[in-house]
Design a protein around this ligand. Structure first.
Ligand SMILES: C[S@@+](CC[C@H](N)C(=O)[O-])C[C@H]1O[C@@H](n2cnc3c(N)ncnc32)[C@H](O)[C@@H]1O
Length: 201
């Protein structure tokens, strides 16, 4: 079944069924591994990976003993995650939904954002910021990988730092002082993702 809508003009479900998923990395994102090695995930219990697709980080968080939630519109991607979790002897909560409309029963410690914000139509960005703010407890962390791209259009849509500073304003988010690490994407023409941890005020 084809599943496009005004909120999701890309037929993600069909992309997973066709296995046409150029945004996927082969394993854990190097930023995830660097954050993990640096202890950035320590002390976090609950984490959501919105638009998790078939990415490995959901299992990465589950393997760290986190209470991990993977959310996606695509039933095929979530079925894949379920099988991969089972094979690895891990568990996570899987939610099939337009995740911008979802709210948790209790606020979460962290959000891991990887090629999700750049995938949604830019007109939904403010809704996304509000959702992430609502999901997190004060002091909660947004692990963000902001996709850098000069060309207009998408997905992926560019997430320039000036645009992100406007979207995640200082009145609601603490920004790190240090310059972000850049991670070229292995298949999206090497477009860099800038890794930053924002803290919800
Ligand atoms: C570019 S893919 C990235 C997948 C994964 N994060 C990764 O790095 O491989 C974008 C993902 O977001 C999902 N998605 C798009 N809009 C969504 C929405 N409103 N709610 C939940 N998932 C959504 C798609 O189904 C797709 O899996």
């Amino acid at each position: 079944m084809s599943t496009t809508s005004e909120r999701s003009p890309m037929d993600w479900e069909q992309r997973f069924r066709d296995d046409t998923t150029p945004w996927e990395r082969k394993g854990l994102h190097p930023a995830f591994m660097n954050w993990r090695e640096a202890g950035a995930f320590e002390g976090l219990t609950t984490v959501i990976v919105p638009g998790c697709g078939r990415s490995a980080e959901l299992r990465g968080f589950a393997a760290l003993g986190k209470s991990a939630i993977g959310a996606d519109l695509s039933a095929t991607a979530l079925a894949w995650q379920e099988a991969a979790l089972e094979t690895a002897g891990l568990s996570a909560e899987l939610i099939e939904a337009d995740i911008l409309l979802w709210r948790p029963d209790a606020p979460l410690d962290a959000v891991y954002e990887q090629t999700f914000l750049c995938a949604i139509p830019p007109r939904l960005r403010e809704e996304y910021e509000q959702a992430v703010h609502d999901w997190l407890k004060p002091g909660g962390k947004l692990f963000a990988l902001f996709m850098q791209k000069e060309e207009l259009g998408g997905p992926p849509y560019g997430c320039s730092i000036p645009a992100m500073r406007e979207l995640f304003p200082e009145i609601r988010w603490d920004w790190p002082d240090s310059a972000p690490a850049a991670y070229p994407h292995p298949s999206l023409n090497g477009k860099p993702e800038l890794a930053m941890i924002l803290t919800r005020r």
